[in-house]
Design a binder for this molecule. Structure first.
Ligand code: ZN
Length: 284
């Protein structure tokens, strides 16, 4: 039949055209999805840390003291103060505890203020390569940007009190769990996720390093406040993330670190009321 030839041609053409469209669409989809995929799996190549030191009073925390220590289910980091007393340590330099890459640099307000997170890769004594995050909080100023490579003792910020919320001090954490970011309440508040910073540093003052670089993930935790559904529990221990309720005053339901730093809030209030001085309170 004469009409069948054009019809077949049209069918063939349509078939080829839709096939080609499919290829074009597939390519476009690939182009569109590649950046997103690359983003979630972003790594930055970093050399192994060659050892760690305290983030204040370079070297060895000279001229500074630990006003509050680390304890599980209580204070998840250490508070460092200048020996000069009062707020004489305002703007004191804060240093990266070791070589690493900046994975967070933001002022998130609330009880945190200016925060820097640095991710470190290093070789443990048993030969295994491990990673930790160090957190520097309540900073007066941040002196490092996201994805900066930093060395041990490099300036990352200056000491502050979160705009007058606390007497000036550094809140300093060392995390084993690289998914915490600024959403602490989603994770167990204990040694499964945190190190005692002083114990961690003292056990790793000098470490073997080399020129070799390792791929370090830099985008593997939720943005601050994004895990709101997690705030009903300690998260890592309880998986009931579908209960978006807040437990006021339960001690576990808030990402804001104020409960950690209640000590400083109370101290600040007492100091305002003239009931005590920094020095007497610190002897508790
Ligand atoms: Zn603290």
């Amino acid at each position: 039949m004469p009409a069948s030839a054009p019809h077949s041609f049209t069918t063939l053409f349509n078939h080829l055209f839709s096939w080609w469209q499919g290829v074009v669409c597939a390519c476009a989809a690939l182009v569109l999805t590649v950046p997103a995929a690359a983003q979630s799996g972003t790594t930055i190549r970093v050399r192994l840390a060659d050892g760690f030191d305290f983030p204040v009073g370079k070297p060895d925390a000279d001229g500074f003291y630990k006003a509050r220590g680390y304890w599980p289910n209580g204070h998840l980091g250490e508070d460092w103060n200048g020996s000069g007393g009062g707020d004489t340590d305002l703007r004191a330099p804060i240093y990266a505890m070791g070589r690493g890459v900046v994975i967070f640099s933001q002022n998130i307000g609330v009880g945190w203020g200016n925060c820097i997170l640095v991710r470190h890769i290093f070789r443990e004594a048993d030969g295994k390569v491990a990673m930790v995050d160090s957190l520097y909080a309540h900073l007066h100023e941040r002196k490092a940007n996201l994805h900066d490579l930093v060395e041990k003792g490099q300036l990352v910020g200056t000491m502050g009190g979160n705009n007058g919320m606390y007497p000036v001090h550094l809140h300093f954490e060392v995390r084993k769990n690289l998914h915490i970011g600024m959403n602490r309440s989603s994770f167990a508040r204990d040694s499964s996720n945190y190190y005692s910073p002083t114990a961690f540093i003292n056990a790793r003052r000098v470490l073997p390093s080399s020129m070799q670089k390792y791929a370090v993930p830099v985008n593997n935790f939720a943005p601050y406040g994004r895990a709101l559904a997690d705030t009903s529990s300690d998260g890592a221990r309880a998986s009931s993330l579908d209960v978006p309720s807040f437990k006021g005053g339960s001690g576990t339901g808030n990402d804001d670190p104020k409960q950690d730093d209640d000590f400083w809030s109370r101290l600040k209030a007492k100091m305002r009321a003239g009931q005590t001085t920094d020095a007497t309170e610190d002897k508790r």
